[in-house]
Design a protein around this ligand. Structure first.
Ligand code: MN
Length: 422
């Protein structure tokens, strides 16, 4: 990228001082939620071995914190987290707790390095989910945070649904947590309800008001309900956040979370911020996670999708052959990939000639244009019926794989247990 700018071949608005903010950090640390929020992708579960392998790869790549699971869910979840903790990884193994001592105890049992304590903060969640008053919430936060702190672990404080919480209460709650000893604080756009500018407003308020108590690092957790998870994460970082929460491939509840690979590459390339991540391992991490999640990554997905560095149009392939940055913002090798040229109706003579040259085959212009014509004819003649029916079969199999327990199976269990139901 630097070379292209130096040679005057491209303009780069990203590097203009006017396009940066005062609070932009020089480095950030990735806090990954794939093994917790990611595993909450409907229908997905991971085995212990899969979780350990993913944790090890993230450790090797430079991820700073991983949420390993949620101990309060079950004994087997606790056992899994304990196993991950015992792997002696360089990263910090975290497990979340609701703002109650029993959840903190469950995390301590797993011998984790870090306990993110969370509680919902919006009126909606207080009234209908927690059925707690604000006063009760404040007390629960002060008590659970200081209780966890007394056990010598790193303690984070997370407000759930922060982005739909009145700012005064949000500030108050985070202040209480810091006063009780919280080491980091995290705001969540739990239902992906913010846009980048409103995220900047929210984070600037937290930075200005909450950090008066004590300067602790800020974290952010964004969901992709409007396709803005990455943008909102970057907006938060522009206001000083240094711990973005991510999920590999953007997995997670509903529309998922901010994808690790997008956040990392945008920060490294578009902002010049050090993420401490070995980016050339990103593709390996993505494909391994896809394999264990059995949730396909969309072919057009940024950075890791099958087509992210593929070209079909003759014009693009021609440009690519003359200069690889013509139609690629970054080198595919920077994320551990190669580029692909597809042969189809948009393929031109340049692409064919390039292929032939690579094989050492000489051909006349006429021969090349006949080959191009034949490729176009062949694709246009292919019936779409077979392709459609294969696609429908794959979709059907995938949806059956990810339904978890079906309605019928649920009522069978109910009938088994209660003798009533079906
Ligand atoms: Mn979440």
């Amino acid at each position: 990228m630097f070379e292209l700018e130096k040679d005057g071949l491209i303009a780069n608005y990203n590097m203009l001082e006017e396009s940066k903010t005062e609070f932009l950090p020089e480095e950030v640390w990735i806090w990954d939620e794939t093994l917790r929020d990611g595993e909450q992708t409907p229908g997905v579960f991971l085995t212990l071995d899969e979780k350990i392998e993913l944790a090890k790869l993230m450790d090797e790549m430079g991820v700073a914190v991983i949420a390993a699971g949620f101990p309060a869910v079950s004994q087997s979840e606790k056992d899994t987290i304990k196993q991950i903790s015992s792997e002696n990884l360089g990263l910090s193994v975290a497990a979340p707790a609701r703002a109650m001592r029993s959840d903190v105890d469950a995390c301590l049992e797993c011998e984790v390095d870090e306990i993110p304590i969370f509680i919902a903060s919006s009126n909606l969640h207080l009234k209908y989910k927690l059925r707690m008053t604000r006063k009760q919430v404040v007390e629960a936060v002060a008590d659970s945070v200081s209780y966890a702190k007394d056990h010598g672990v790193v303690v984070d404080f997370i407000t759930e649904d922060s982005s739909r919480t009145e700012i005064e209460f949000l500030i108050e709650l985070h202040k209480v947590a810091i006063e009780a000893g919280a080491d980091k604080i995290c705001a969540c756009d739990t239902v992906g309800f913010l846009r980048p500018l409103s995220m900047k407003y929210l984070m600037s308020k937290i930075r200005e008001e909450v950090l008066k108590v004590k300067k602790v690092p800020l974290a952010v957790h964004c969901h992709d309900d409007f396709g803005l998870a990455t943008s909102n994460t970057l907006a938060a970082i522009e206001e000083g956040v240094t711990f973005p929460l991510t999920c590999i491939n953007g997995y997670g509840e509903r529309a998922g979370n901010a994808p690790l690979e997008e956040v990392v590459m945008a920060l490294e390339v578009l902002y010049g911020i050090n993420t401490h991540i070995k980016t050339e391992k990103l593709y390996e991490l993505s494909t391994l996670t896809e394999k264990y999640f059995t949730v396909p990554v969309p072919v057009h997905k940024a950075i890791v999708g099958e087509n992210a560095f593929s070209h079909e149009s003759g014009i693009h392939i021609h440009g690519e052959m003359e200069h690889h940055r013509a139609y690629e913002p970054i080198s595919p090798s920077s994320v551990g990939r190669g580029r692909k040229f597809f042969m189809g109706k948009f393929t031109g003579a340049h692409a064919i000639r390039h292929k032939l040259e690579k094989k050492g085959i000489e051909a006349t212009d006429d021969e090349v244009s006949i080959i191009v014509e034949r490729i176009k004819e062949l694709q246009e003649k292919l019936g779409k019926d077979d392709m459609r029916s294969a696609f429908n079969d794959v979709k059907k199999i995938m949806s059956e794989m990810h339904t978890g327990v079906s309605e019928d199976e649920l009522w069978e269990i109910v009938n088994d247990v209660t003798g009533k139901g079906i």
